[in-house]
Structure formats: structure tokens, C-alpha cells
Design a protein around this ligand. Structure first.
Ligand code: SF4
Ligand code: SF4
Length: 94
């Protein structure tokens, strides 16, 4: 389990001291909507992966395999851009 840094351990505002550290923060915590993936309707075009601003579409061997809910903020861009719409990606309340 990750322990939170104290005020004295946090770097001075806006400094990024570790590249890629955003993966350590579960930014999906404040999501109010979430995408549900329907595998049977997906054609693995990966448009959702291209457009997701939070790199939350999981891909293995060139195919979509799921959604990283730890970091998905529920913006709905993936569902909007999916050519299969509700057949493959559906937005629901958290
Ligand atoms: S955009 Fe839609 S059809 Fe394409 S990979 Fe994503 S969920 Fe599947
Ligand atoms: S809802 Fe937004 S953040 Fe979540 S997977 Fe879709 S595009 Fe990415």
C-alpha cells in the first residue's frame, strides 16, 4: 500500500521530479461516469486507445483487452469515438 508523502516531502509546487509518476496516482477515484466494454461488439479498431487522454485502454497483441479503471476519469471520449458505439463501449453512472 502506498503511503502518502508529508508536506515536507512533497517537492516545491509544479516541479516534476520523477518522469511518468502519474501512474502512481489513482486518478479514477473521482470519476462519476465510467465506460463499460462489451467485448462481443468490439472490432478492435483501437480508436478508443488513440483518443483516450489518460492511456486507460488496455491493449495486448494489438487487441483491446479492457479498461484501466484506476486511471480512467470517465470523460466518455472513448465511447464517443468508438465506431461501434453502444455495442462495444457504453457510458454508465459510477
Ligand atoms: S473503439 Fe470500440 S470497437 Fe474499436 S477497439 Fe475500442 S471498443 Fe473496440
Ligand atoms: S472514459 Fe475517458 S479516460 Fe476513461 S477510458 Fe474512456 S477516454 Fe479514457
Amino acid at each position: 500500500m502506498r503511503t502518502l508523502k508529508t508536506a515536507r516531502e512533497i517537492p516545491i509546487g509544479a516541479l516534476i521530479t520523477e518522469a511518468g509518476n502519474s501512474k502512481d496516482y489513482k486518478t479514477g477515484d473521482w470519476r462519476s461516469m465510467k465506460p463499460i466494454w462489451h467485448e462481443e461488439g468490439c472490432v478492435h479498431c483501437l480508436m478508443c486507445w488513440v483518443f483516450c487522454p489518460d492511456v486507460s485502454i488496455k491493449v495486448e497483441n494489438g487487441k483491446m483487452v479492457g479498461i484501466d479503471y484506476d486511471h480512467c476519469k470517465g470523460c466518455g471520449i472513448c465511447a464517443r469515438e468508438c465506431p461501434r458505439k453502444e455495442k462495444a463501449l457504453e457510458m454508465v453512472k459510477e
